[in-house]
Design a protein around this ligand. Structure first.
Ligand code: SAH
Length: 352
């Protein structure tokens, strides 16, 4: 018998779910109840929906599937309240998610792809290439599973985990609209940021959406020569093209853009690099976030020492640029993004 494909129900937005439920001949308020179960209470099975009749739950189960994230591993930092999850997806793939506690609330760093194809030289997530895009339900699922497990209300989201969100553009944008929807978690767009390595045409598209989210750009270099060496994406869209797109984003949204700058000893961390960077960014509504690179064994790259980071920061400030040095949270469980998944895959291979 031909197996009918079940619909990924969590990826349906409020209007789409209402339409699907109406097509089953059910009243509107049923869709509201189901949406609440899925997106506010984080239900991972139709059997949890106790205010819905058993007959309808069975019908839902026949037609729809809930793609949720199962906790494969959970690491809790002993220094602070940072928690790192390795989630198992329905097809056996893994993604990493980090939850951090700040004075202003709980923030989650979500992944958008299994692996990544961008091949940045310092990054662990890209070592095995990109396996696949995450579904909207799998990006939402990370927020729901973590919030449920910790029993906290997550108030801030950064799309800065594994993968390139703008390489999974439609799902990333739908995720933002659903997670900020009043029928769901209702997280303000102002509390959501998206980080990109610089997929220029998609930055223009995002600017046109005027969604109000914060854009973070992984810059990591003061010029094309260095950037192309550590970020192959720069060969496709160079810094001039990237900064032009960022200027448009600022003009369209009025939002300050954040530049990520990971400091790699002997590569991009000289005071002259800081001066060059300051000159390029001068006058832009922006902010630079310096991050000593996390060591990834395979890359052989090392972090800039703290005094040199401070000198770099001071040189940028003298050039009129707003700068912060990223606070390290969960230093004991960090293991660089992408490494947990990699080690899980290796264990899998050893066991099979
Ligand atoms: N693809 C997106 C988002 C994921 S990476 C992007 O490139 O922005 C999230 C951030 O972590 C990026 O700024 C990325 O450059 C940075 N990053 C990756 N590997 C790192 C490492 N080993 N040390 C420090 N930062 C790293």
């Amino acid at each position: 018998m031909e197996q009918r494909k079940k619909i990924d129900i969590v990826s349906l937005n409020f209007e789409e779910l209402r339409a699907a439920v109406a097509a089953m001949g059910e009243p509107k308020f049923r869709a509201d109840q189901i949406y609440q179960w899925l997106h506010v209470r984080g239900a991972s099975d139709f059997s949890e929906m106790t205010n819905i009749s058993k007959a309808l739950r069975e019908k839902l189960n026949d037609n729809f599937v809930i793609f949720s994230c199962a906790i494969e591993k959970k690491l809790v930092s002993c220094y602070d309240d940072t928690v790192k999850y390795l989630f198992r997806l329905a097809d056996g793939e893994f993604v990493e998610t980090v939850v951090m506690k700040y004075k202003y609330g709980w923030s989650i760093c979500v992944s958008c792809q299994v692996g990544c194809k961008m091949r940045c030289a310092f990054c662990a997530s890209t070592l095995g290439g990109c396996v696949r895009n995450l579904r909207v339900s799998e990006i939402l699922g990370q927020v729901y599973a973590a919030g449920r497990d910790l029993g906290v209300r997550i108030s801030h989201i950064v799309m800065m985990g594994m993968g390139e969100p703008l390489d999974n553009y439609d799902n990333a944008v739908k995720f933002i609209s659903m997670v900020s929807d009043a029928h769901g978690l209702h997280i303000s767009a102002r509390n959501i940021s998206l980080s990109t390595c610089g997929i220029v045409p998609k930055i223009y598209e995002l600017a046109d959406l005027k969604s109000g989210i914060t854009l973070s750009v992984s810059l990591h270099a003061p010029n094309d020569e260095i950037r192309s060496r550590i970020m192959p994406v720069n060969k496709r869209w160079n810094m001039e093209a990237l900064l032009a797109a960022v200027r448009r984003y600022i003009a369209e949204t009025g939002r300050r853009v954040s530049f990520e700058y990971t400091m790699i000893r002997g590569v991009n961390d000289a005071p002259a690099h800081a001066r060059e960077l300051a000159a390029r960014l001068r006058g832009m509504l922006c902010h630079v976030n310096l991050i000593p690179v996390n060591t990834v064994r395979e890359t052989g790259l090392q972090a800039t020492h703290a005094p040199e980071v401070q000198k770099f920061k001071a040189a940028l400030e003298r050039g009129g640029i707003n700068v912060t040095v990223r606070r390290t949270l969960g230093a004991d469980i960090n293991a660089s993004c992408g490494q947990l998944r990699k080690s899980a895959k290796q264990t899998d291979a050893n066991e099979s």
